[in-house]
Design a protein around this ligand. Sequence first.
Ligand SMILES: [Mg+2]
Length: 367
Amino acid sequence: MRIDRITMYRVCNPIKHPYTTSFGTQKAFNSLVVKMESEGFTGWGESAPWGCPAFSPYWDKGCFLLGKEFIVPKILHKEIGTPGELQKILEPIRGNEFAKGAFDVAFWDLWSRQQGITLKKAIGGTKEKAEIGYCFGVLKTFDELIAGIDRVTKMGYPRVKLKFCPTWECEMLDAVRSVYPRLTIHIDCNSAYTLQDLDMLKKLDKYDLAMIEQPLMHNDLIDHATLQKKIGTPICLDESICSLQDARQAIEIGACKFINIKYARVGGITPSLDIHALCGEKGIGCWMGGMGESSLGTTVVANLATLPYVNYPSDISPADKFYVENLGKPVLLTDQPGTYTLREKPGLDVEADKAVLDKYKQEEFSA
Ligand SMILES: [Mg+2]
């Protein structure tokens, strides 16, 4: 398949309500959107590294420039047969997984459209539906959080994830557990702690959490392995896993019992499949996460969530409720809260809405 044309967009996509985590408060999510064309077919990819290097060392402007100066010249007008071949071509570019991820997804979309198969079939998805949980950021009061949990559990969401940081900590869990003693809950610390917080982290065992997501440094494996030996609650790594090698090493030293696989953080669909397969082989739990993508990206997450070794409800932001306007159309909707049924046409079967893209794009490059 010869890549005839590539267009990149840097987008700042405003959300309806501010979202607060241990990183601070966001009012928009920044994405790199890639349109890849070949022999009459078009593929779309999105990666949302955000507008600042907080979750990872990457940000939208850096990804856009990297794509323009290093990725596009490597693949434009080249014959690339499979998604695996694309990864080989991108291998000499170190790191920069978020930028590579947008191109990888656009290629998978293009390739599966050309094959005439759905993305789910192309990646080996086996589950009929993607099971999803609900995530709460830091809110103003515990009452507001409990009212929110009440609403989503009654709607049918199978589990709840709570952002957790020094200003929203054990008192918050006491309040939630006093009302919901048995609900499946896990917390996400987004690297807010160190081993100096061991006493507090040990106390978390009493809350019967499904897992503690990324308690320690974003690029750490060793301290997580130390912590996992001292607490009973499973650790789930998110920020620390940027590659198959990270996953292999984390599993080998016992740094986690779950991995939250985010396709953009690991460089695309191909590396996500590799990490998923490794988790299956080693008996480590896994589920899929998102970075606040539009429905272009959430549809990718939903497809990956149908893989056979996924054993916990994934994080898929309901893009229709999250954004002021959605970049992708049609919007993938929950058929009932807690599950997505995937679309049935070839490829990702979601395209960028040109009017919305034009409205929120900050930069565009075409070659
Ligand atoms: Mg996380």
